[in-house]
Write a protein that binds this ligand. Sequence first.
Ligand SMILES: Cc1ncc(COP(=O)(O)O)c(C=O)c1O
Length: 396
Amino acid sequence: MVGDIFAKCSNPRKDLYLEAVAAGYGPFFKEMASESGPTVVHEGRPVIMLGSNNYLGLTSDPRVKNAAANAVDKYGSGVTGSRLMNGTLPLHRELEETLLDWLGGDDCLVFTTGYAVNLGVLSTLVGPGDEVFLDSSCHASLADGAKMSSGATTFFRHNSVDSLRKRIRTWRQQSDGGALVAVDTVYSMEGDVAPLREIADVCDEYGARLLVDEAHALGVLGPKGAGYAAATSIKADLVMGTFSKSLASCGGFLIGPSSVLDWFRIACRPFLFTASGVPAALGAALASVRIAIEEDWRREAVQARATQLRSGLRDLGFDAGGDPGSPIVPVHIGNELEAALLWKALLDHGVYTNCALAPAVSVKRAMLRTSVMATHTERHIDDALHIFEVARSSLG
Ligand SMILES: Cc1ncc(COP(=O)(O)O)c(C=O)c1O
């Protein structure tokens, strides 16, 4: 009997998922029939959107939409080639220069997605004899990049500087290879922040380079939204970010020394072997960066709405985690079925949240991930909180 490569695609977890979908409880692939604003149209009616990364509310901003349309007018719908060949536009250079003016640093490279940035950094830098140290809650793109690399990977306990120090010290005693420590600055599910100062100190002590993933911090934290490293005055060796959250578009970037990025230009496979981002995405990202820098009111609104949501959820008796100042407010449930039932009751009553199940979180830590936008009003959040109360009661 020979094995069938497809056999693994039939498994109890998939059966459970399909049963949930058939019963109307499937929390994924929901269609949103409108812009990703503070409310969206789902199945023909408006629902309050608490499940978007559009933190600054820029995806429907006319200036951003015009910039995307102008880029299509000028450069067409796609570039049909990689950045190395025919896929680099003047918009790339303008965007890279604008990001450097905003965030500082030596050199910048725009990638097609943020996921590709993390794959690229780890697979290009971490070679035989090297080690990458990852926070156990790091984004999947960092873990996948580590799998693609030809070096070794060590996970340390989430946000534990002691755990990092122990692991890096043990490794250093036996190795003089290169070390990279990679962390999210704001963790995408729970919205908590990394102890960056202490992590940077450990890197200095053991000669490791530091990569920070600013995906969820850009635009919302730090002076002029320049991110959590800027907020905490940490100078990381490499900074990555994405346009797919506050910057209302799609694509990613890496900032680092020219000596390193010049090598990436010709050796980083996830940069080279994929088509460059479409002109509309570049135009929208560039306009969004400019607005993000200028409009402090958006950051203030995000903070105010997140505080309102977090304290309202706590008043209702939900476990909404700590208070890190990020736009992400977790609602910890624990049991996957209970999380799915609450998610569905909320949607039925008019609030969309993200149902976070394994593997996005560990199996016993199912949660609803909520997040706010600058364009949510106080009223939106009050209404959402009321719906949380009603939805929970409806479950008995
Ligand atoms: C922390 C983090 N890093 C990287 C990424 C990947 O970004 P992109 O959506 O641009 O591929 C994401 C997006 O899910 C993320 O949350």
